[in-house]
Structures are given as structure tokens and as C-alpha cells.
Write a protein that binds this ligand. Structure first.
Ligand code: WT7
Length: 664
């Protein structure tokens, strides 16, 4: 298990000495959705527990009779002979049951504009958009790219695709034209929904130019071309227009009928593809299907967040460009008939109390966010949230990376008034929905631990030979039984799916995370064991950033590591060897600074601003093993200002001294 220890951040190494524990209050426990009996029921019912949830959480057009078909493992089929529609479940069902006047979305734009959207309104908009898409020739099974800021239209676009059975692939608005191009090609999408731009940090930013550039650079050998681009007008900024393919969203919507018959699809019909970083440079298109995914998204949203749809106001701060936005902004909450807040912008615009002002304004009762945001607020000081009335909050959630016990304690004390349960939820783009989390009305929560698998989920911590580790031991996190929201593959690449997740251990899912079990058997996540970084809860591949750097003329070789960072969890640090003339130019500080800045901008352009290296260190050599593998562990020591660890397996043992000497 040396690998896990090497990769885990030092801040986490003392996690197991954490002894605090916070049982739910009696009042909370008495009213909680998920009880100890539910967990027992799951144990007794096995797979059928999920069939029960699928019937309870969803409306089926054709009821299913089969629960799980694992005969084509590792591609699972859940509820395969049933048919349903995701948008019908999120909208029509509530309207038919008389819940149409309930607010679905309180939208808060960054500049201060607001919109209140009921379930009735949302159904009308989604129906219109579905008609508009069909009028453009989009058919069931066609992939549609969505590249939007956080707007009501983003939710409408996703549900409109789902309504006609056209899998959506949302590309985060912070990604570059190049990242967009590769996803359009990989998904084979012919229609894109975007906006002129959005608001961020007090100013409009543009999206449409990236779409134009991505389309212009499509490789005609790989892609037949984009037929239509629907453009939401958000900022009113100037856009370049291509009459033959571009249409304004509001014009297409105006002329579309407000009634639309949903297309009922088989449970295993693809609902969406979402690209995520892996250990190699090429992003993976994670494929999710309909019935199983929706079942687990809705069930977990109900059980983990203890949702009371009539009274709660729920707010998940994630962008729809990530899986959290799919499962816990769009599908889970809307299927459960929740009232939620969507906020377009950044936490510090126009002031650092913006989030807490929103909580106060809408009386948010359930808040779900990421440790990086909590740490940022800790840094800004508790006097900021203290200025607002946060007493409406009754449950807090965390996701995206391990949460340090101190951040957990601060979250509960300062934001939760010292009494709310805090649920640390572990899951992945691939798992589709929450897998490990305390149950807020049952579990005595330990700061920093995701604790136990949810009812119906089987996870384990194993050693190199797939044996369960005993209490107190550490190893790899695996999922040992199929689960309803599990990915059904990597788009267009079954072999890569098998290789990535199912080859490390036989018949069990390898998550890529290290974990420990404490003496009570509770699970503590320790970070990735592969070359994947986690920056502010966003997954980034070291290889992808290295490839981008090497693609620049100045760079001969590059190695990227995630260095521990107090606020963002990890920060991207790149070590580069420059080519001849550039190396000469970088001899003096000014020349070096210019090249470093050029490279940072280059990565931001190629992948997106979130991938921009925090630091670029120009070095004469990189530490490699005899087989040529870069020893990132040693570079991480340098990046984190530690004494460099064991370097005996290096091909050339003097390299580290050379690097340290160069960096001073
Ligand atoms: C990776 C998945 C799940 C939505 C957001 C990220 C890390 C996620 C936790 C947590 C410790 C966590 C893991 C995982 N991670 N949640 N509660 N505790 N680590 O989704 O981009 O697919 O990343 O995020 O390393 O493998 P993602």
C-alpha cells in the first residue's frame, strides 16, 4: 500500500486520530427520512431493495419486471424491460399531482436579477424547448452538446433533451474551445446549445466565440459538422453570427408549441454523457442511462439530504457542468419535487457574503457544497457569515474531496449554528450518485469521514490482492456489487471501460481512491492513488496538462503534480524542461517569468482556466525511473517544500540535487 500513502496529502495523515463524534439530535432523528430500519431493509432485500426504490421514486410508463441483469458484466442492466421518461418524472408528474404552483427554481443572477420558476413554468419551457429541438431535426438517440452558464435555461436544455431521448453532453462553461471541440467530436454531436455569455466576478464573459472556434477546428475526417447552434441571450454582448446554423434560443422558443408528448424510452436508454479526466490525456465520456441512474439520484437526494419537498429550500452550489450539477441540481431534486436555489456567479461578487445573503433571502434549509468553498470562507473569516441570518439551515452537505476535520467543524459551527448534521458524501462522475455518506438522522458523524456505504451499496477497502483490510487498515476503495446509477461504459470505448475500472481487481469496481477503515469500521477517504489531481473539487489529469505543455514550442518535457494547498486541496505545479533557445532566454529572471506566464496562458487556453498551473518551475532534468516513468512523488516533495524522499529507484540519482540546486 505504499502507493496510497505516497499519494495522500500530509494534511490527511493524522485523520485517524480524530475522536470527535456528533450524533443527530433527537428532534432530527425523529423526523428523518432515512432510519436504521431502512438500512436493515436494504440488507434483507438485496437487489430488490433497489426495485422497491425504483417503484417508489419514479413513475414508469411500462413497469419493469426484471431488476438486475449482470450477465454482460461489467455493463449492468437495471430494470431493463421498463420504460420511462426523465423529464416526465421531473415535471409532468408533479403538475398532474397538483404540485404545479410549487416553486421549482429560485434563480439568482450574479448582477442581482432574479426569476422564480414554478413546476408549471418549467414544464411549459421544457415542452417548448423539446419541440424546438425536434423542429431542428434532433431525434431520439442523437447527442446534443450543452455549453452554458448556470441559468434556468441550462436546466431547461437538459430536460428538453431528456424529454425526446436525446442524450445531452454538458461541457462546463469554463472549458476552452479546444476541450469543447474534442468533446463534440467524441460524442458525435450535431447540435449545440450555448449562450452569448454569462456573468462572473462582476463582468460579462463570452461563450459563443469558443463555440465558433470549436466548430471551425472540427476535423472533417472525424465529424460531419454542426448543423445548428441555439444561442441563449444572457448578456446582450456582440456575437458573430452564422445565419446558416445559428438561432436565438428565445426566437426558437417563441414559435414552439407549449405542449409536448415525452418520448418514453427503455430504462437502459442513454440519458447523458459527461466527460471527465482520467489517468491518460484523453477525457473519458462517462455514459449514464435512465432508469437506474434516476432511481439512485432521487433516492440518495431524499435519504442523504432528508428532503421534505413541501417545506425545504435546497441549494446545491455545483455547476451543471459537473456530475454534482446533473444529479443534485437537475435530476435528484426535480424528481423529488424540491424547491431549489440556482446562483449564477461567484461567492465574492459583489461582496464576500453573497452566498449567506442568498441563504438568508430564500431561507435555504439544505446546503450542499465543496470543501474548497468552505476553506475559502474560513480564510475570509466568520465575521462574514455572521452578518446574516442562517438559522433556516438544518442540514449541510460536502462533496468533491476529503474534508479536513477542521473545515468540517467550522462548517457545522459557523454555518450550521453548531447543531445541523453535516454529511460528507463520497461518489464520482462514474458512480452517478452518492455511494458513501452518513445518514443524517442515524449516524453519529465523525468530522472528516464519509463513514458508511448507503443502504443498498456495497463498498470495501482492499489490499493489493483484493482482500478486505481489517479495522485500522488502509488500501484501495472498491465497489463490490453493481449499483443502479453505475456508469454503463465509456462512450465508444468498451475496452477502455474494462481496462480502467475492472482490470485492477476481478469483478469489482476500482474507484481510484485510497481509503482507510478505523476501529469502528468507518471509511476515511485519502485521495487518489492514480495520476488524477483534485483542484477545488475539480478533477484534472496530470497527463492532460503535461500533453498541453509539451505541445508548446518552448517545452521539451513536462511533469505535472498536484501539490497540497490549504484552500484548493491541491494546486497544479508543473516542472518543465525548455528547448534550446527558450532555455537561453529563461536564463535571467525576467525571461523566465515571461515564459512561465506564456505557458500558464497556453494551458488555460488549451484546457481551461481551472487547469492553469499555479506554479511553473523551469528545471534542467526530470526524475525518472530506469523504465522512464517520471517519479512525481519526488517532484511533489519539491513542490510542497519537503525533504525529498527515497530517490534510490531513480535512473540517475543526482537529478534531484540538480533540480533542487536550480530552484534554490
Ligand atoms: C473523485 C471524483 C462526486 C462529485 C464531485 C467529484 C473525490 C469526491 C469525495 C469525498 C473524499 C471525494 C474522489 C473521487 N471525492 N467526493 N466526499 N471525500 N474524496 O466528482 O470529478 O468524478 O471526482 O473526487 O477522489 O474519486 P469527480
Amino acid at each position: 500500500m505504499s502507493n496510497t500513502t505516497e499519494n495522500s496529502s500530509p494534511a490527511l495523515s493524522n485523520l485517524l486520530s480524530e475522536a470527535r463524534s456528533f450524533p443527530p439530535s433527537e428532534e432530527f432523528a425523529a423526523q428523518a427520512n432515512a432510519t436504521a430500519a431502512l438500512a436493515r431493509e436494504a440488507d434483507e432485500r438485496g437487489e430488490e431493495f433497489w426495485a422497491d426504490q425504483a417503484r417508489k421514486m419514479l413513475s414508469w410508463h411500462t413497469p419493469f419486471t426484471q431488476t438486475l441483469d449482470w450477465s454482460r458484466a461489467p455493463v449492468a442492466r437495471w430494470f431493463a424491460d421498463g420504460t420511462l421518461n426523465a423529464a416526465y418524472n421531473a415535471l409532468d408528474r408533479h403538475v398532474k399531482a397538483g404540485r404545479g404552483k410549487r416553486v421549482a427554481i429560485h434563480f439568482e443572477g450574479e448582477p442581482g436579477d432574479t426569476r422564480t420558476v414554478t413546476y408549471d413554468d418549467l414544464l411549459t419551457e421544457v415542452s417548448r424547448a423539446a419541440n424546438a429541438l425536434q423542429a431542428l431535426g434532433v431525434q431520439t438517440g442523437d447527442r446534443v452538446i450543452i455549453y452554458l452558464p448556470m441559468l434556468v435555461e441550462s436546466v431547461v436544455a437538459m430536460l428538453a433533451c431528456a424529454r425526446i431521448g436525446a442524450p445531452h453532453s454538458v461541457v462546463f462553461g469554463g472549458f476552452s474551445a479546444e476541450a469543447l471541440r474534442s468533446r463534440i467530436e467524441d460524442a458525435g454531436a450535431r447540435v449545440i446549445i450555448t449562450a452569448d455569455g454569462g456573468y462572473r466576478r462582476g463582468a460579462p464573459f463570452a461563450l459563443k466565440p469558443a463555440v465558433d472556434e470549436a466548430i471551425a477546428t472540427l476535423n472533417p475526417d472525424n465529424h460531419p459538422g454542426i448543423s445548428h447552434v441555439l444561442v441563449v441571450q444572457r448578456t446582450g454582448q456582440e456575437v458573430e453570427w452564422h445565419d446558416e446554423r445559428d438561432l436565438w434560443w428565445h426566437e426558437a422558443m417563441e414559435s414552439a408549441d407549449i405542449r409536448h408528448e415525452p418520448t418514453f424510452v427503455e430504462a437502459e436508454h442513454p440519458l447523458f454523457i459527461l466527460y471527465t479526466s482520467g489517468t491518460t490525456g484523453r477525457p473519458k465520456g462517462i455514459l449514464h442511462t435512465t432508469g437506474g441512474y434516476l432511481t439512485q439520484a432521487a433516492f440518495t437526494h431524499w435519504a442523504v439530504f432528508d428532503l421534505k419537498a413541501e417545506t425545504d429550500v435546497y441549494w446545491c452550489t455545483a455547476d451543471i457542468g459537473w456530475i454534482t450539477g446533473h444529479s443534485y441540481v437537475v435530476y435528484g431534486p426535480l424528481i423529488n419535487g424540491a424547491t431549489q436555489v440556482i446562483y449564477e456567479g461567484t461567492p465574492d461578487t459583489p461582496h464576500r457574503g453573497r452566498w449567506w445573503e442568498i441563504v438568508q433571502k430564500y431561507k435555504v434549509s439544505i446546503l450542499y457544497t465543496a470543501p474548497t468553498a468552505i476553506r475559502t470562507y474560513m480564510k475570509w473569516g466568520e465575521e462574514v457569515p455572521d452578518q446574516f441570518d442562517l438559522t433556516s439551515l438544518r442540514l449541510l452537505g460536502s462533496v468533491g474531496e476529503p474534508i479536513n476535520p477542521e473545515a468540517w467543524m467550522w462548517y457545522r459551527r459557523v454555518i450550521g449554528g453548531g447543531s445541523t448534521p453535516v454529511v460528507d458524501t463520497w461518489w464520482q462522475t462514474e458512480t452517478g450518485a452518492i455511494m458513501i455518506s452518513p445518514l443524517p438522522g442515524v449516524t453519529a458523524a465523525k468530522p472528516g469521514s464519509a463513514q458508511s456505504p448507503l443502504p443498498g451499496i456495497a463498498v470495501d477497502v482492499v489490499d493489493d490482492d483484493a482482500n478486505s483490510v481489517p479495522a485500522g487498515g488502509g488500501g484501495y476503495l472498491v465497489v463490490s456489487k453493481p449499483w443502479p446509477a453505475m456508469l454503463r461504459g465509456i462512450w465508444g470505448d468498451l475496452d477502455r471501460f474494462k481496462e480502467t475500472y475492472w482490470s485492477r481487481f476481478k469483478n469489482i469496481y476500482f474507484a481510484g481512491d485510497g481509503a482507510k477503515r478505523d476501529d469502528d469500521g468507518d471509511i476515511w477517504l485519502l485521495g487518489r492513488v492514480d495520476d488524477v489531481m483534485n483542484v477545488s473539487g475539480h478533477r484534472l489529469s496530470t497527463t492532460e496538462i503535461e500533453s498541453s505543455l509539451v505541445a508548446h514550442d518552448a517545452v521539451a518535457e513536462a511533469a505535472v503534480v498536484g501539490a497540497a494547498d490549504e484552500t484548493t486541496g491541491q494546486a497544479v505545479v508543473a516542472f518543465v524542461i525548455l528547448r534550446g533557445e527558450f532555455a537561453a532566454a529563461a536564463q535571467d529572471d525576467e525571461g523566465a517569468a515571461a515564459i512561465q506566464e506564456q505557458l500558464r496562458t497556453h494551458v488555460a487556453r488549451q484546457i481551461g482556466p481551472i487547469a492553469k498551473p499555479r506554479r511553473i518551475l523551469i528545471v534542467p532534468e526530470l526524475p525518472k525511473t530506469r523504465s522512464g516513468k517520471i517519479m512525481r512523488r519526488l517532484l511533489r516533495d519539491v513542490a510542497e517544500n519537503r525533504t525529498v524522499g527515497d530517490a534510490t529507484t531513480l535512473a540517475d540519482s543526482s537529478v534531484m540535487a540538480l533540480i533542487k540546486g536550480k530552484l534554490g
